[in-house]
Design a protein around this ligand. Sequence first.
Ligand code: UDP
Ligand code: MG
Length: 328
Amino acid sequence: MNQVSIIIPSFNEEENIALIYESIKKEFTALAYDFEIVFVNDASTDRTLKQIKLLSGKSSKVKYISFSRNFGKEAAIFAGLQHVSGKAVIIMDADLQHPPHLIPSLIQGWEEGYDQVIARRNRKGEHPLRAVLSSTYYCLINKVVDVKLEDGVGDFRLLSERAITAVLSLNEGQRFSKGLFSWIGMEQKIIDYENVLRKNGQTKWSFGKLMNYGLDGLVSFNNRPLRLCFYSGALILCLSVLYSIITFVQILKTGIAVPGYFTIITAVLLLGGIQLLSLGVIGEYIGRIYYETKKRPPFLIQETNIRNGVAYEKNRPRIYQIRHYRGN
Ligand code: UDP
Ligand code: MG
């Protein structure tokens, strides 16, 4: 029987681990597929790992990878993808916001031959301000980035073996999965579902984290902000040259007028602002180059119970990690 792997990044989700396991198990009883769940514990500070180990003690279908510190959801997804052994993988959140009852539809899409079957949520029940900010962000960002980023489309999706290999072959350190999934392309099917609110625990996304995520999306997939700096710089330079020539001619004709305080201060502030903004944009890219040249692994594994169940080995980029095998 073919196996489908489920990756669940988990950070402080102690109340949800058993719930999500039961829901997934229920879904698979009616399916002609075997399953494995790979929980990626992102250094939770509560009893998440304990709950996962409890399950893995009971069922060999439950596997886990536990990070040495919090590396974030993106790294957790990457780690999961490197360790799955199924013919397809489904990535879902631990908090049941990605409803397990969609699993059969995702698998059906895969059976139809799609490489990516994407679950797309609406924004029902969400804070209106967040909904408005998000849709504005997606509207704007799609005008500048090279890939298509869609509102309501996240990491909740099924990837075929081919898609997994493709995603893993992109070995950039700072990963923006949404963009990477879109970048690989392939045959895609979208399944819509109603937004579900988190039942237990709290969201890990503060406003600041969301802003950073948004910026990651912007600068990970294009160099247009750099171009924008260049063009606005060039435009301002032309205007200043024109202004100097006009003023110089005027001085020659009528002599020096009373020095214009307003003009000077406006020019200084405007130019200063544009320069700082441009420096910020350049700095953002240089920062990325800095981290990429270090070639640090995107995560370190503290412990795991996965030993030989690693598929797609040939295509995997090499990573360096602390490994400490326990369990079965
Ligand atoms: N998560 C993680 N590491 C983090 C933050 C979150 O692995 O540093 C996991 C979290 O446990 C959950 C998923 O990522 O399974 C989505 O997080 P959350 O529900 O907080 O995000 P939201 O649904 O609010 O966008
Ligand atoms: Mg959530």
